[in-house]
Design a protein around this ligand. Sequence first.
Ligand SMILES: Nc1ncnc2c1ncn2[C@@H]1O[C@H](COP(=O)(O)OP(=O)(O)OP(=O)(O)O)[C@@H](O)[C@H]1O
Ligand SMILES: [Mg+2]
Length: 338
Amino acid sequence: MALEQQIIIGESPVFLEVIEQTSRAAGHDRSVLVIGERGTGKELIASRLHFLSRRWEQNFVQVNCAALPDTLLESELFGHEAGSFTGATGKRVGRFEEADGGTLFLDEIASTSAAAQEKILRVTEYGTFQRVGSNKTLETDVRLIGATNIDLPSAADRGDFRHDLLDRLALDVITLPPLRERRSDIMLLAFHFGQKIAQERHWTSFPGFSSDMTEKLRDYSWPGNIRELKNVVERAVYYANTEFEAISSIIIDPFKSPYRPEAPLNLPADRPTIASETIEEVPKGPGDFQTRVEKYEKELLLDALRSNKYNQKRAAEYLKLNYHQFRHQLKKHGLKSA
Ligand SMILES: Nc1ncnc2c1ncn2[C@@H]1O[C@H](COP(=O)(O)OP(=O)(O)OP(=O)(O)O)[C@@H](O)[C@H]1O
Ligand SMILES: [Mg+2]
């Protein structure tokens, strides 16, 4: 499959370190795990790993493991024989076979079933597998790259991911920093995306961003990382009226509206969106210990949510709780509907 290598932008020290690690990892032929929040560039790094490797002229095959139900994913990965399950009319060559000699990129690898994980482990260890509905053992020479935005070691501790596969994949782990940890790259990326849209609009040049807008872009927390920045910049440049004035208007949250439907959290209707709210003071003096502790806990949860723009994962980190504990607390305090 011929795929173009995309330009990768970034000069911050943390990002350059990742790029260096990627080049080093491309040189060996082992499995690599690419970890990072959504929109941090996992797919881009995976394709770079392939194109810098000795397999670059061979196939780079991508599968999004979250996009298919378990049984279909197994047949997608390993292929099937005709009639091996309802709907399997013809024989099908799987992605492991298609990637023979090249690289197989398993995106959202944490979404694979235990059965699929067992088969993946076998391929990475022995290079062998069987099509669904067949006993015949086939061989393939594939380099595996897995990507995920969840913490795989905790998933393995919970029993949601096989420890042995994790150990096998974790020979090399590349963790991408979120955009808020590489703020010096924000404007570099914003210019890059802005210039692309300016070109699409047939502008003679890209006027750049006003100082207000630059400040806004630099200060925002970018929970959706580079993808979010890309979308915000694209929207701003598309809406701009002229190519002769610096871009001065951006909409970071296009869903912001007084008519926006309620979020799934049972938060107070008057919830503020500003991060500066302080925790309500617990009154001193006599009173029911349990009730007051609960009130305090609830305030801590609300404060963590507000301060993290209602992103539950980050709110959990903010309180140094794991995601599971945090969700449990939300439920306990009636802040979570399900
Ligand atoms: N360093 C970079 N330079 C230029 N563009 C980038 C960079 N990193 C990411 N992008 C762009 O940002 C978008 C998101 O990147 P990508 O799809 O690789 O992220 P991801 O981590 O796989 O996200 P998700 O977890 O949502 O699948 C893409 O359009 C990609 O081209
Ligand atoms: Mg991706």
